[in-house]
Design a protein around this ligand. Structure first.
Ligand SMILES: NC(=O)c1ccc[n+]([C@@H]2O[C@H](COP(=O)([O-])OP(=O)(O)OC[C@H]3O[C@@H](n4cnc5c(N)ncnc54)[C@H](O)[C@@H]3O)[C@@H](O)[C@H]2O)c1
Length: 363
């Protein structure tokens, strides 16, 4: 058992949103409440659930209430499911909820660990949970998802419209996330940061990123570095993943690379993520990497490991590192025991895996 550290009640806003988001957030809440119950009063969670998402959009015309950010400000953290459903265009649902929160709360660092778990067979046949383990740090406030641009000239008639989608790279934005990656590398067994760009083809913003990376690296002589183009890095994820520790990349590149990483580990359903406002001026948000999975939603098949791994990242952020480690151990014990959802080759449902996770908390 761990020593009680806080005696605090954490106020958490739950936003399950759409599809399997509802199922995995329920699973994550059950695991966290079991953990709190076993803490002997050391800490507790006070949940408030918000019904925002595509259903809310159908009823109100908005993905979240107009004063949503104002109401969320009061919470210690946000526990998020997944947003998106075939009834609403994806760019409307994503911008109306998840990106509105990330940008509104300046959650500029998105931390996405890739965990290889015992009992889950990776497509990298030789891989196991001992030698592979890296973390993707995604710039989460600008880059390709800055939302700059527009559509025009539709008056020219069919085929005549144009669209401009600009990327935004600021020196401040690059520096803060690159520094964050170096600080994170110093906490890991292998002190190495791999910077990813496509600066050969994108000669403005990504060259600025490369220059800032080289300058910041000078402040961390104890940390190994490399700069790799995104296409080469995608090959490296498959061919030499043992050479990775912290991978820092722009919003779009890290989004794609982290899905590749979690697929290599076995499934998108395993991947956790933290959207951090490191200065703590706003609440940070913790969510599985996957989407709302309409193909399996409502059938009790969703893998809750990504959502529970995200809960562990939330515990770390709340100052409960021992409890976070307990959740990681419970996840490993559950997968090692072969209690797995179908996406990773098992036959257990969400509830069975959740019960096994809760049962493994004492271990
Ligand atoms: N962070 C987010 O909220 C987020 C992220 C990605 C996609 N989306 C949205 O989700 C919707 C569906 O997108 P998509 O199909 O491209 O991606 P998806 O992540 O929902 O699904 C991709 C594949 O992974 C599987 N999968 C996902 N989560 C799983 C889980 N917990 N357990 C088992 N299998 C799981 C799905 O069954 C599907 O085969 C879209 O509306 C999209 O915009 C939201």
């Amino acid at each position: 058992m761990t020593t009680p550290r806080t005696g605090r009640t954490f106020r958490i806003a739950a936003i399950p949103a759409d599809g399997v988001g509802k199922e995995v957030v329920a699973a994550g809440r059950a695991v966290l409440d079991a953990l709190a119950k076993g803490s002997g009063g050391a800490f507790a969670f006070a949940w408030e659930e918000f019904p925002w998402g595509c259903g809310h959009y159908a009823a109100t015309g908005r993905m979240m209430d107009e004063d949503g950010l104002e109401r969320l400000k009061a919470f210690d953290a946000i526990y998020f499911g997944a947003v998106g459903w075939p009834t609403v265009p994806d760019h409307v649902s994503l911008w109306g909820l998840r990106l509105a929160i990330c940008q509104g709360f300046d959650q500029w660092a998105n931390v996405r660990p890739v965990h290889f778990l015992p009992g889950v067979r990776s497509p990298l046949r030789a891989a196991d949970d001992h030698d592979l383990n890296w973390v993707v740090v995604r710039e989460n406030s600008e880059g390709e998802y800055a939302g700059l641009g527009g559509r025009n000239l539709s008056a020219r008639g069919p085929g005549g419209e144009v669209a401009v989608q600009s990327s935004l790279f600021t020196e401040v934005g690059c520096e803060r996330v690159i520094r964050f990656a170096f600080d994170l590398a110093r906490t890991r067994a292998r002190r190495k940061v791999s910077s990813v760009t496509k600066s050969n083809a994108q000669q403005h913003g990504m060259v600025l990123w490369d220059e800032v990376f080289r300058r910041v690296a000078g402040d961390y002589p104890d940390v190994e570095t490399e700069s790799v183009l995104v296409d080469a890095m995608s090959a490296k994820f498959v061919l030499r993943p043992q050479d990775l520790s912290v991978v820092v990349a722009s919003n779009l590149h890290a989004d794609i690379l982290s899905d590749l990483g979690s697929a290599l580990a076995g499934s998108l359903g395993l991947a956790a993520s933290a959207n951090l406002n490191p200065e703590r001026r706003y609440p940070s948000m913790f969510e599985p990497v996957h989407g709302s999975a309409p193909d399996i939603a409502g059938r009790g098949l969703a893998n809750p490991v990504g959502a529970v791994g995200s809960a562990a990242l939330m515990l770390d952020h709340l100052g409960l590192p021992d409890e976070a480690a307990r959740l990681h151990r419970a996840i490993a014990a559950t997968t090692a025991a072969g209690v797995l959802t179908p996406d990773v080759g098992g036959s257990a449902g969400t509830e069975e895996v959740t019960a096994a996770l809760i049962g493994a908390l004492d271990g």
